[in-house]
Design a protein around this ligand. Structure first.
Ligand SMILES: [Zn+2]
Length: 70
Protein backbone atom coordinates (compact mmCIF):
# COMPACT_ATOMS: atom_id res chain seq x y z
CA UNK A 1 0.00 0.00 0.00
CA UNK A 2 1.40 3.32 -0.99
CA UNK A 3 1.03 6.12 1.51
CA UNK A 4 -1.55 8.66 0.53
CA UNK A 5 -0.58 12.25 0.89
CA UNK A 6 -3.68 13.80 -0.59
CA UNK A 7 -5.57 13.80 2.66
CA UNK A 8 -2.86 15.43 4.66
CA UNK A 9 -1.60 18.18 2.44
CA UNK A 10 -3.32 21.21 1.09
CA UNK A 11 -4.84 24.42 2.22
CA UNK A 12 -7.41 25.19 4.85
CA UNK A 13 -10.91 24.61 3.48
CA UNK A 14 -12.32 27.70 5.13
CA UNK A 15 -13.33 30.14 2.44
CA UNK A 16 -10.71 32.85 2.12
CA UNK A 17 -8.10 31.10 4.24
CA UNK A 18 -4.89 29.96 2.59
CA UNK A 19 -3.05 28.57 5.58
CA UNK A 20 -1.81 24.99 5.36
CA UNK A 21 -4.37 22.49 6.62
CA UNK A 22 -3.43 20.47 9.66
CA UNK A 23 -6.56 18.73 10.80
CA UNK A 24 -9.75 17.42 9.30
CA UNK A 25 -13.04 17.88 11.08
CA UNK A 26 -16.70 17.34 10.30
CA UNK A 27 -17.83 20.31 8.24
CA UNK A 28 -21.24 20.36 9.82
CA UNK A 29 -19.82 20.56 13.32
CA UNK A 30 -17.27 23.10 12.28
CA UNK A 31 -19.69 25.54 10.67
CA UNK A 32 -21.93 25.23 13.70
CA UNK A 33 -19.13 25.96 16.14
CA UNK A 34 -17.33 28.64 14.17
CA UNK A 35 -20.25 30.43 12.65
CA UNK A 36 -18.41 33.48 11.32
CA UNK A 37 -16.51 31.54 8.67
CA UNK A 38 -17.67 29.44 5.75
CA UNK A 39 -16.65 25.94 4.72
CA UNK A 40 -17.52 24.38 1.37
CA UNK A 41 -19.78 21.63 2.69
CA UNK A 42 -21.01 19.52 5.57
CA UNK A 43 -18.64 16.63 5.01
CA UNK A 44 -15.08 16.47 6.25
CA UNK A 45 -13.16 19.66 5.85
CA UNK A 46 -9.49 20.35 6.38
CA UNK A 47 -8.66 23.27 8.58
CA UNK A 48 -5.49 25.09 9.57
CA UNK A 49 -4.10 25.28 13.08
CA UNK A 50 -5.75 28.60 13.71
CA UNK A 51 -9.23 27.55 12.66
CA UNK A 52 -8.90 24.23 14.42
CA UNK A 53 -8.06 26.04 17.61
CA UNK A 54 -11.14 28.19 17.30
CA UNK A 55 -13.21 25.10 16.65
CA UNK A 56 -11.83 23.38 19.72
CA UNK A 57 -12.38 26.44 21.86
CA UNK A 58 -15.99 26.75 20.77
CA UNK A 59 -16.82 23.10 21.25
CA UNK A 60 -15.18 23.12 24.66
CA UNK A 61 -17.12 26.19 25.69
CA UNK A 62 -20.35 24.57 24.56
CA UNK A 63 -19.70 21.50 26.63
CA UNK A 64 -18.95 23.59 29.67
CA UNK A 65 -22.14 25.53 29.28
CA UNK A 66 -24.14 22.34 29.02
CA UNK A 67 -22.57 21.03 32.16
CA UNK A 68 -23.19 24.20 34.09
CA UNK A 69 -26.77 24.35 32.99
CA UNK A 70 -28.49 22.62 35.86
ZN1 LIG B 1 -7.89 28.40 8.18
Amino acid sequence: MAPRKDDEEGECDVIGCTNPALRSVAGKKFSKAVSDVKVPGSRRVHVCKDHYRRFRKKTKADRKLERLDW
